[in-house]
Design a protein around this ligand. Sequence first.
Ligand SMILES: [Zn+2]
Length: 315
Amino acid sequence: MSVRVSRRAVLAGVAPLLALAAASAPGRDGGAFQGAADRTGAGFQGAADRTGAGLQNAPDRGDAARQSARTAAAGPPGTDVAAEPWPGETRTVRGARSLVLGHRAAPALLRDLARRADAAGARVSAVLRTPVRPLVLVPDSSAEAARLARVAGVEGLAALADGGRVIVVPETFGRLTDVGRDVVLAHELTHVAAGTGGLPPWLYEGFADYVAYRDAGLAVPVAAAELAAEVRAGRTPRRLPGAADFAPGSSRLAAVYQEAWLACRFIAEWRGEQTLVRLYRDARTRGAARALAAAGLPTARLTAGWRAYVREKLA
Ligand SMILES: [Zn+2]
């Protein structure tokens, strides 16, 4: 499976997804969480090029590991990735359509994740109109999640897409609300199922959030609280966010993700959801600019419509 995936969990609009973080995690309040989140987006994208195939070709993996990976990967078809990262210590739970592998994770947590992954997979499948069989890995710590994904750190992330699988960051994931957990899983599964290679970040992050929030039951001004505050203060965005806007350290990262989300939501409401899906696939093949033009949505027209939509939804 040749996909490029972003490493973002749900960094933006995360406030409504967090449980009472201050109460459950002293010293790590929402502000700290957001601050941590700012360092993740593009930093992880830099490391986002490793695909499942790349993982399997890693030189430090022996034949036995590859064999066990192939065996375990027989679960969800199409996810040809190393699926047993903890040989001899992997706890496996199968959902109706998902496979959840945990390391020292409580069985109840794995069963809960299997149920959620089934539901998230169904959501993604309903939009993409293609079978989605989630493979979810649950390491025993954020440090192990980082090692598994071969990234420097996962602070501020609740989960990340890695090749054909979703890796849960247990500490952060555990701090999300029920809705937040479902949104995070659906967002990352969308990256896995739809791929991100060759696309501008506004399109693949916006598309993942479009799918993730589609049935989440959150009002737009709630899920896009940061952008709403800007719009109410008279600052409507003027252009679709560029790659630099998704860079770590951006003070507007949350609002930027919300801009991307609303751009895709606007296309779906204006032209229909399947137009958005076709546009996404077309953009994967021949680039976003050509795909948008072919869909009758040249950048200037899309931008004008999206700005009006943002004002309508958030002002
Ligand atoms: Zn993402």
